[in-house]
Design a protein around this ligand. Structure first.
Ligand code: ATP
Ligand code: MG
Length: 361
């Protein structure tokens, strides 16, 4: 079976380094591996509207920001099909049919939705659209017959939900949909990168991000004020690694080459950690190293973004063409779905003949 990727991001802000290590970097590697027949990268504006219904301009403006971040990171429109979700109405139609296969209590059990409801203070009044977005996500994934979904750990419950919908659909209506697999980052620190404030997840909605397009001075300021071990007061004190965001970031970003370039007195992260836990290594030195690491990762991305910013019409065309192509694929799947559900009354003569036989025999 051919391997197909579907993944994406909500246009609720510029993309940040959590997106980068959690999903974006991997997408570019997968794209360049040549192992995938088709790759669809979706800007999920319809999903973003489920909790931003009163900020449509925010969603509208961030579509271009996300597209620029994609191209800056190395997504190549020749190899990866970029699309805007709302402009593929087939996805909405699929969502509507899948809704019949999911119960309210099943949605209520979704841990990611639960924590997102809490984060947005939606407890008293959850928009129905937001509550059902895991179903819409199942439509996105299955519309492109995706086999592989490279995302961060917070998406695990969404993939579980999608698999259940696929199994249920295929059992009730016959084999039609493809069951996708999640592809999580190999590096544990990248599964869910914490925010610069030490909170469990870097997230646009929490304002604790280092953005991919961030200016060098701003990056430095954020890194230098990051959360470490509160009990590590004097340099001679032994430091804790657990819950120490600076070290989590080093786990996520640093390589041997970074040590050679910026901190040659240590050969690897293991050695630096060992010194920190033993005592005698100050936070400032570690943060300065992390700053160098992040700066060197983000500089080429920021420069490429500046180039694409000069040619917005090109980015527009990439999105327009990509969306058009995606629509063709989604329309085929929707036709398959409607055929399996026997709601394709006008596609063939079958239904007409059934009715004629019923009334004329
Ligand atoms: P929002 O706050 O609007 O939900 P977000 O920052 O959570 O935004 P999404 O667009 O929801 O970003 O997520 C896009 C992709 O990035 C998903 O695959 C998600 O798993 C991944 N991702 C988001 N935040 C992180 C993070 N902190 N660490 C690892 N992966 C992440
Ligand atoms: Mg999110």
């Amino acid at each position: 079976m051919s391997k197909i990727i579907l993944t994406g991001d909500r246009p609720t802000g510029k993309l940040h380094v959590g997106h980068y290590v959690g999903s974006l970097k991997r997408r570019v590697e997968l794209q360049n591996s040549g192992d995938y027949e088709k790759i669809f990268i979706m800007i999920a504006d319809a999903q973003a509207l489920t909790d931003n219904s009163d900020h449509p301009e925010k969603v509208r403006n961030n579509i271009m920001e996300v597209a620029l971040d994609y191209l800056a990171c190395g997504l190549d429109p020749e190899k990866s099909n970029l699309l805007i979700q709302s402009q593929v109405p087939e996805l909405t139609e699929l969502t509507f049919y899948y809704m019949n296969l999911v119960t309210v209590s099943r949605l209520q059990r979704n841990p990611t939705v639960k924590s997102e409801i809490q984060m947005r203070n939606f407890e008293a009044s959850i928009p129905v659209g937001f509550f059902t977005y895991p179903i819409s996500q199942a439509a996105d994934i299955t519309a492109f017959k995706a086999t592989t979904v490279p995302v961060g750990e917070d998406q695990l419950p969404m993939l579980e939900q999608t698999k259940e919908i696929v199994r249920k659909f295929n059992a009730v209506y016959g084999d039609t949909l493809v069951e996708p697999d999640i592809l999580l980052p190999d590096n544990k620190a990248c599964l869910r990168l914490p925010g610069t404030d030490g909170k469990a997840k870097m997230s646009k909605s929490l304002g604790n991000c280092i953005y991919l397009s961030e200016e060098p001075e701003e990056i430095k300021k954020k890194v230098m004020s990051m959360f470490t071990d509160p009990d590590h007061i004097k340099i001679t004190d032994s430091g804790k690694l657990e819950g120490n965001t600076v070290f989590t970031y080093l786990d996520a970003f640093s390589t041997k080459e970074h040590f050679e370039a910026f901190l040659p007195e240590y050969s690897c992260l293991g050695e630096l950690k060992e010194h920190y836990t033993r005592g005698g290594l100050g936070d400032v030195k570690v943060k300065k190293f992390l700053n160098n690491v992040i700066q060197s990762e983000l500089e080429p991305i920021r420069n490429r973004r500046c180039e694409y910013q000069k040619n917005i019409s090109y980015v527009y065309e990439v999105l327009r063409k990509g969306t058009e192509k995606a629509r063709e694929v989604a329309a085929c799947t929707l036709a398959d779905v409607k055929k399996s559900m026997k709601i394709n009354y006008f596609d063939t003569n079958e239904w007409l003949e059934e009715q004629i036989n019923k009334y004329h025999s």
